[in-house]
Structures are given as C-alpha cells and as structure tokens.
Design a protein around this ligand. Structure first.
Ligand code: HEM
Length: 450
C-alpha cells in the first residue's frame, strides 16, 4: 500500500450536523449519502457503531473496485442476510467457485438466447394486463413485480408461475425485507424474524419441488434442454446437487425480478410525471408496432430507440442496485485513500450517476442525454447501472430486452395517469424502489389482445 495514502475523511462538526439534519428531515439514508458526497467528498467513511464502510463515488474508484483491484476484494460477508439466504448462489461466492457457476449460467442469458424470449415477454405482458379493467387504478410497483416474476420464471426456468403467484407473494416480499438494509447493519448475525424463517421454508419447499419435477422430466425424455433453459442446464451440469441448484435458482429469482420490477415501475412513474415523455413513448410504440397483436421481431425491438433512452435515463436516476458491496482482503489504496484489510468497501452507483462533476443537471430527467446526437459524454465507469468488470450483471441483456418489449406493449395499448406523484420517494429496500408505490389509472388506447 502507498505509504502516502490519506486517511478516509468522515463527517464531523458542521458537516456532521448538516448530514444528521438531512437524515432526520427526509428519514432517508440516500439523503445522508448525497450530503456526505456534497460536504465530505467523493470518498468517505461512514462511522456508525460496528458499521464503518468506505464509500467511493466516481469512475476512477469504480474502475479500481470493479476491475483493477477486484482480486483484492471479495463479495462474501458470511453474516450478511443476502449471503445467509442465497448460501452458495453465484451472487455471493468468490473465486473459482463463482467463476464456475458464472460459466454455467452465462450462455442462457446471452443476447442471442434472450431474443428468443421476446414472444414470451410480450405474452406475459398481455396475461397481466388482461386482468386490468378499463379506467381502474393499479399500483404499478405491484403490477410490475407480478409481471417480472411471471417472466423470469416462465423464461429462464420454463415454469408457469401464475398458479403459485398468490401463495408465494408474501414469502417473496418477506425474503426481500430480510435482505434489505435493517438492524443487521448494526447487529451482525441478527437472526431472521419468525415470519422470515417461515418465508424461507415456503420458498425452499417450492424450489425443491420444481427441481425434483424437472429432474424427473429430464430423466424420462432424451431431449436436451433448450439453449435459454437455465434450470435445465443447471440440472445437466456435473457436480450440481439439488441444494446448489436451489441456491442458484433463488439467486436468479431474487436478483432477476426485483431489479426489473424497480426499473419498470420507475419508468412508469417518470412517464406519469412527464407527459411529453409518455406521449413520445406511445408515438414510438405506434410507429414501430402499429396496431400489431403479434410480438415484435428482434429488429423492431432494436428500433425502439427512444424507449431505450428512457430506460437508460431511468437507470441513471434510480439505479435499482444503487450500491455495490465488497470486503478488502488486504490493505488497499483506493484513489489515494488508505483502506485497511477487512474494511467494507462500497461503490455508490446512485451517487456516481448524479455527480455534478460528470453530468449536466444531474438531477434532471432528460432521456435525450442518451440520444445519438447528445454532446454529453461521461468517462467510462461513470454510468454503471449493471456494475462492471467480470462480475457485472449476468442478466443485463435480459433486463434491457425485457424492459423494451414490456414497455412498448404497455404504451402501445394503454394510457397511464399518475395519481400520487407527490408522495413517491426512492426507498432503499433490496433495490431502490418507488415507495409507497406508483398509483396509476389505466385506460385502454386500443383493444390489444389479452
Ligand atoms: C434492471 C435490471 C437489473 C439491474 C439494474 C441489475 C444490476 C446489477 C448490478 C449493479 C450487479 C453488480 C453488483 C455488484 O457489483 O456487486 C448485478 C449482478 C448480478 N445480476 Fe443483475 N441487474 C438487473 C437484472 C438482472 C437479471 C434480469 C438477472 C437474472 C436473470 C440478474 C442477475 C444478476 C446476478 C446473478 C448478478 C451477480 C453476477 C456475478 O456476481 O457474477 N440481474 N446486477
């Protein structure tokens, strides 16, 4: 480590008071982090009892954490709830074990295999909206979670989740609550609440049943699993027993649906706030899809360029994964600051995406900044909604194609009127989600199938 490396600054005196006031006013850790960035700088240490992470903001630190120094940083904190829930899931293991799972699960999530799911993304959107009555009010946070679950289970696992949705709804929310920031930050190893233990048992029971059923099916047929069939591939992989497969399935289920839920709900919220954006999204859906009731081709999905800009800008302002979490395995020097071994290291995606040093009007929603003609250029690793380096999001292609198809279908068929704009705030749950929800009146624009 560089002996001239500086000690990480902390909030103290006047800046400490300002941050505390902001925290009490908004009752939001996000506000506290933004104030730390403003008053302390792009690298700082949080100094809560037993929770003293080093937090970094900006492209240089992101690159160092995600690429250059990644071997000196591990993911796994055995006492963190997400590790206790996902056990040996690929999100929470390191080294060769991680790389082996990643090699197994990458092919089904590659772009060419995700494109084959376009008809399913479309069909599930229709299945969901068939339950909407013209003119009624729905919470888009709830609706998009339903849809994201149906899609993830239906495509990557090839399982019809609709019959299980109601029964597993509460357990899923309770598991998300378990891994969200909470008391465990101050009390490492805090046991789950009884309702969370029951939720884990319910989920485990369900996952074990689907693993057993698919294993029996594969034994009975000589057919190889399809390229996009993640569960089938895991079952065929050498060395994967049912417990390890359970860990990977739960990882995909949690990481793959909660993020898409937040993204889709935030896009609908922002389209509800910005009427011109909604109109342009609808105009693009009309121009590309017309009145079609059949799924778009991959080329049509590619030509939804405005929808893509809106998705990118939404991910900038409200990145579902707003912070990445690591542990220093050795003493490190990150951007000139001393980070002793065993320190919790965080790279803040949210703050990098809103840093005035790199973005023009960082808090303004402006999809055009991602347009081809945009003059705005930020250095690599400033915009990292899917992380970066070898541990970047394995589902990035899936999430982006899914979002485009779902949103184009929704805007082709519906008008949305936002009813609770004033009360929506970003909430740090397992992801950064719009709370208390996105209440919208839905009106049909045309009689889409469904
Ligand atoms: C809008 C949607 C999504 C966003 C914003 C997102 C964001 C991210 C980010 C930022 C990371 C890296 C975290 C870190 O550095 O610690 C990550 C990793 C991961 N994501 Fe996503 N994700 C999304 C969708 C998905 C989907 C659809 C899947 C699965 C189908 C998925 C599965 C994973 C997994 C398994 C990892 C761990 C990768 C590894 O450690 O090698 N994500 N995601």
């Amino acid at each position: 480590m560089n002996e001239h490396a500086a000690t990480l600054p902390t909030a103290s005196g006047a800046s400490g008071l300002t941050i505390l006031r902001g925290l009490l006013r908004d009752r939001s850790l996000l506000t506290a982090l933004a104030l730390m960035r403003e008053h302390v700088g792009p690298a700082f240490q949080i100094t809560l009892p037993r929770f003293r992470p080093a937090v970094f903001v900006g492209p240089e630190a992101n690159r160092q954490i995600l690429v250059t120094d990644r071997r000196d940083l591990s993911w796994r904190y055995p006492t963190d709830p997400v590790v206790r829930l996902l056990r040996q899931g690929m999100l929470v293991v390191d080294g060769e074990e991680h790389d082996a799972y990643r090699r197994m699960m990458e092919p089904p999530l590659q772009r060419r295999n995700v494109v084959a799911h376009i008809p399913a993304f479309w069909r599930y959107t229709d299945l969901l909206t068939a339950t909407w009555r013209d003119g009624e009010v729905r919470d888009m946070l709830v609706e998009m979670r339903r849809l994201a679950l149906l899609i993830l289970m239906g495509t990557t696992f090839q399982i019809d989740f609709a019959p299980h949705l109601e029964q597993l709804w509460r357990p899923i929310l309770q598991l998300l609550e378990f891994i969200s920031p909470g008391l465990w930050i101050l009390w490492a190893g805090m046991p789950p609440w009884p309702r969370q233990r029951r939720a884990m048992a319910a989920m485990d029971g369900y996952l074990r049943r689907i693993i057993a059923a698919r294993r029996a099916e594969l034994r009975a047929s000589s057919r190889e699993p399809e390229a996009g069939d993640l569960l089938g591939r895991l079952l065929m992989a050498p060395g994967m027993d049912d417990e390890l497969i359970r860990d990977q399935l739960l990882t995909m289920l949690i990481a793959g649906h909660d993020t898409s839920t937040a993204l889709l709900a935030w896009v609908l919220f922002l389209a509800g706030v910005h009427g011109d954006v909604l109109a342009q999204l609808q105009a693009e859906a009309d121009a590309v899809l017309g009145a079609a009731a059949t799924p778009p081709t991959a080329d049509q999905v590619n030509s939804l360029t405005y929808t893509e800009q809106v998705i990118k800008e939404t991910l900038r302002l409200y990145p579902p994964i707003h912070v990445g979490n690591r542990r220093a395995l050795v003493d490190l020097d990150i951007c000139g600051y001393r980070v002793p071994e065993r320190t919790r290291v965080m790279y803040s995606i949210y703050l990098s995406h809103r840093d005035g040093a790199y973005w023009q009007d960082p808090d303004t929603f402006c999809p055009a900044r991602f347009g081809r003609e945009s003059e705005e250029k930020v250095p690599p690793f400033t915009y990292v909604p899917f992380g970066g380096g070898p541990r970047n999001c394995i589902g990035a292609a899936f999430a982006q194609i899914e979002a485009r198809v779902v949103l184009a279908r929704l805007f082709q068929c519906f008008d949305f009127e936002l009813l609770n704009a004033g009360e929506v705030r970003p909430h740090m749950g397992a992801t950064l989600e719009p709370r208390p929800g996105v209440k919208m009146r839905v009106r049909r624009r045309r009689p889409c199938a469904g």
